[in-house]
Design a protein around this ligand. Structure first.
Ligand SMILES: [Zn+2]
Length: 286
C-alpha cells in the first residue's frame, strides 16, 4: 500500500502504520483495517444523511426508476469527459453502485463513505476498490493525490465549501471532477427535507460554489429531462400523495418511467439537456 497517500483528517500530518492500522502520532486518529475496509470507529454519523435514509436508499435502489438510467448516464459521461487510467476517488459512494464502472475506467479506485454498512455493501459489489470510512468534508488523504474525483448526489447533504474544498485539496492540479446534484430550487419539496438536502442547485449556483473552491466548470447536462414536467407538477400539485408515489412507485409506473429515463439516456447522452431533475457537471482543478 502507498502510505504517502494518506494523511490525518484532523491535523493533516502524515499517517504511520501498516496494512492493518494507520494512525496519527500527533492526535491519535486511527484507521483500522477490518474485513477489507478501512474503518474510523470514532466517526459520527453525517448530520445531513440519517441512518433511516441510508436504509431507505439501500432498500429501494435496486428497482427505483431513477437509479439504473442515472448510473448509465454517469458512466457514459465519465467515459467521455474524464481521463482513462490514473486513480480516482468517489466521495459518498453509498452501496457502490458505480464502482464496477470506475474500476473499468481507472487504474485504481478509492471510495469514502460514512456508514460502515454501506462500505460493506460496496465491497460485496466490487472488491477491487479501496474503501475508507470517512466524512466527505474531512478526508484522510494527503494533498494532491487524485487524478479524478467523483461525487453523486452527495454535495446537497454537506456544507458546499467544506466538501468542494476538500475535494480540491486531495485532487492534483488539472484533475477532473464529475458530480451530480438535485436540480432547480423550484422543484424543492418535502422530499428534499425528508432526504436531508440542504438545497437544490441551479447551474449558476453550482458554478459559483465550484469556482470559489478551485474548480473550473467545463460542462454540464441534466437528467430526467423528459420526466421533468411530470415530476414538477406532481411535487407542486399533489403534495404528500405525489411524494409517496414517487418514493415507492407501482410496478407499472416503475416500468414506464424507467423506460422513459433509459430512452432519454440512450438518445440524449451526447446532448447537453437544459433542464431535468438532476444536474450533472464536470470540472477541472485549477
Ligand atoms: Zn492527527
Amino acid at each position: 500500500m502507498n502510505l504517502s497517500l494518506y494523511a490525518c483528517p484532523r491535523c493533516h500530518r502524515p499517517l504511520a502504520g501498516d496494512a492493518l492500522r494507520l494512525h496519527c502520532h500527533e492526535c491519535g486518529f486511527a484507521l483500522t483495517m477490518s474485513e477489507g475496509l478501512w474503518l474510523d470507529n470514532t466517526l459520527a454519523q453525517p448530520p445531513g444523511f440519517s441512518p433511516d435514509r441510508r436504509e431507505h436508499l439501500s432498500d429501494i435502489e435496486r428497482d427505483h426508476f431513477w437509479f439504473g438510467p442515472r448510473d448509465h448516464l454517469l458512466a457514459k459521461l465519465a467515459a467521455r469527459e474524464l481521463p482513462r487510467g490514473g486513480n480516482a476517488l468517489e466521495l459518498g459512494c453509498g452501496s457502490g453502485r458505480l464502482l464496477p464502472a470506475w474500476n473499468t475506467q481507472f487504474a485504481q479506485t478509492f471510495a469514502v463513505e460514512s456508514y460502515a454498512r454501506s462500505l460493506a455493501e460496496a465491497q460485496a459489489r466490487d472488491a477491487r476498490t479501496t474503501l475508507v470510512q470517512a466524512d466527505v468534508t474531512r478526508l484522510p488523504f494527503a494533498d494532491n493525490q487524485f487524478d479524478t474525483v467523483l461525487a453523486f448526489d452527495v454535495l446537497e447533504h454537506a456544507p458546499a465549501d467544506a466538501m468542494l474544498g476538500e475535494a480540491r485539496r486531495v485532487a492534483r492540479d488539472g484533475a477532473r471532477f464529475l458530480l451530480s446534484v438535485p436540480a432547480f430550487q423550484s422543484l424543492w419539496s418535502y422530499a428534499d427535507v425528508a432526504a436531508g438536502h440542504r438545497c437544490r442547485y441551479d447551474l449558476a449556483q453550482l458554478r459559483g460554489e465550484l469556482v470559489a473552491n478551485g474548480w473550473r466548470l467545463l460542462g454540464h447536462t441534466h437528467y430526467q429531462f423528459a420526466l421533468f414536467p411530470v415530476l414538477w407538477l406532481s411535487r407542486r400539485l399533489l403534495g404528500e400523495r405525489g411524494q409517496a408515489a414517487e418514493r415507492r412507485p407501482s410496478r407499472v409506473a416503475t416500468a414506464l418511467l424507467g423506460r422513459i429515463n433509459a430512452l432519454e439516456v440512450g438518445l440524449g447522452a451526447g446532448l447537453r439537456l437544459p433542464y431535468g431533475t438532476s444536474l450533472m457537471a464536470w470540472a477541472e482543478a485549477v
